[in-house]
Design a protein around this ligand. Sequence first.
Ligand code: HEC
Length: 106
Amino acid sequence: MRFSMLVLVILMVCSSTGFASSRSQRALGASVFAASGCSHCHSIRNAGGHKGPDLSGVGRRLKNDQMRRQITGGSRLMPPFGDTLQETELADLISYLRSCRDKAKK
Ligand code: HEC
């Protein structure tokens, strides 16, 4: 009983200091996604474009470093964002995308 209280307190401290991926970090990431033009090519939950793959369930498929590589380096059909995004914006964006875990790809 006492142990589980301790775990709870540690979790609360972590999320309030931004140690763990927090709700506000994910919300910031969602606005980075919109502001950077990602939604021009990508849809999440039926909102956005279709030049790139739907990202509603991307958090199930890609790990943090795979997302980071794709976003900073781009690919043949996706521009690189390594020079335009701040490190904190990138972290928020990845935290948001990791939370996109819909099962069925719409
Ligand atoms: C001009 C269109 C375009 C824009 C803008 C764009 N992407 Fe992409 N993105 C693509 C395409 C096309 C792919 C498919 C893979 C490929 O061709 O490399 C892709 C792939 C991805 C993937 C990998 C998906 C998977 O399932 O493997 C992620 C994650 C991603 N993009 C995130 C982003 C983010 C975040 C932004 C904004 C910072 C962004 N993209 C902006 C076109 C775009």
